[in-house]
Design a protein around this ligand. Structure first.
Ligand code: ADP
Ligand code: MG
Length: 363
């Protein structure tokens, strides 16, 4: 009898590549002859529509699982992708999330127990929250994939997520492990992308997947055609990345042979004063370009109205994602992974429109 491995894809941050990973990892596993069930546990139902399944007029969806319907197999639909079935998402999930009477975190687990045991993998696409739905997914899962975007905010919220995982392990599901941290949307032309990867590797070492998902336009275009990247452009880098990821997951040692999360997590959460963080090394930057400025005596409001070029002239380019209208600089000399002060500059029409200072502390 098949005992499926249940993997949740989670990060309470939106836009980090959860759904893209859920769709394309599920399809890749299917292409590699694994029997896969994808569960769309996000009210936005992007994984469902991204696979070309229409969400309007669906009789059965993931909601039925949460309502304890007897025949969960009714909610399972075929997809165009080989070996892949889906339990579609639904906007009605949002109501479940906010209903205060919903406290049973075992709902999804109980529903999945009733599944015919015909799958090798069950992949759950989680919503960008750590609420009721995600907790249910964690309780039902064997492991979690955490997609993290290769940008300077990569660590934002990560310690909250890790401590949530730790409490689920303690209270509901002692077997829950981290399958891996997946770096997504990597752009090797951007120096700070590489920097973020190196720093995360230092701290999370073998929790990071060897496979890195590159920024690839086909990955972002495919969902609007209702297909995975494999049906959209099988030879592109995105297809290759997700095939490699699925091979890596299939090769992953049984969890009990790997470093267990408990051990690692303890160290990671303790590791708050590491003297490296994301500060660029002197080799990587021209010190004249970029000087950390003191948090106290700088009048940041003067920056209002400055152009991007003026900001670059003052502070350098080190942490900016050139594609975005929100740039961030570290503004204190104290460098610690978990405690930082940041200056956020919001641009509109190439000029600083809004300035925000934030003390950033992982606890
Ligand atoms: P989440 O589910 O975490 O909110 P998504 O998977 O929906 O994140 O991704 C957010 C956006 O980024 C989407 O528009 C998606 O198409 C795009 N995207 C995700 N991964 C990549 C990638 N590797 N390359 C290019 N675009 C990507
Ligand atoms: Mg999503």
């Amino acid at each position: 009898m098949l005992q499926p491995k249940i993997i949740a894809i989670a990060n309470q941050k939106g836009g980090v590549g959860k759904t893209t990973t859920a769709i394309n990892l599920s399809c890749a596993l299917g292409i590699l002859d694994q029997k896969v069930l994808l569960i769309d546990a996000d009210p936005q139902a992007n994984a469902t529509s991204g696979l070309g399944v229409l969400t309007t007029n669906l009789k059965h969806s993931i909601v039925n699982l949460f309502q304890g319907d007897e025949d969960i197999n009714q909610s399972i639909l075929e997809t165009y992708s080989p070996n892949l079935k889906i339990i579609p998402g639904s906007i009605k999930l949002a109501e479940l999330e906010i209903n205060v009477q919903n406290t049973n975190v075992n709902r999804l687990k109980e529903a999945l127990c009733k599944l015919k045991s015909e799958y090798d993998y069950i992949i759950i696409d989680c919503s960008p929250s750590l609420g009721y739905l995600t907790l249910n997914s964690f309780v039902a899962s064997d492991s979690i994939i955490i997609p993290v975007q290769c940008e300077f905010f990569a660590l934002d919220g990560l310690s909250k997520l890790l401590s949530t995982i730790q409490s689920v392990r303690k209270s509901f599901n002692s077997n829950l492990d981290i399958e891996g941290i997946l770096m997504t949307m990597h752009d090797e032309r951007l120096r700070h992308n590489n920097h973020v990867i190196n720093e995360l590797k230092k701290h999370f070492n073998d929790l990071i997947f060897k496979t890195i998902i590159k920024r690839n336009v086909s990955l972002s275009e495919a969902p609007s055609f209702g297909t995975s990247v494999f049906d959209y452009k099988a030879t592109c880098e995105g297809s290759i990345n997700y095939l490699n990821l699925s091979r890596e997951i299939m090769k992953n040692q049984p969890l009990d042979k790997r470093n267990t999360l408990g051990k690692e997590l303890h160290q990671i959460l303790k590791d708050t004063n590491e003297n490296v963080a994301f500060a660029p090394t002197n080799k990587e930057r021209n010190l004249d370009d970029y000087k950390p400025f003191s948090f106290k005596d700088k009048n940041f409001s003067k920056l209002s109205g400055s152009t991007k070029n003026e900001i670059i002239a003052q502070f350098g380019l080190v942490y900016n994602d050139l594609h975005s209208d929100m740039w961030m600089y570290r503004v204190s000399d104290k460098i610690s992974l978990f405690k930082k002060n940041y200056l956020y500059l919001y641009f509109e029409k190439n000029k600083v429109k809004h300035i925000r200072l934030k003390r950033f502390k992982y606890s």
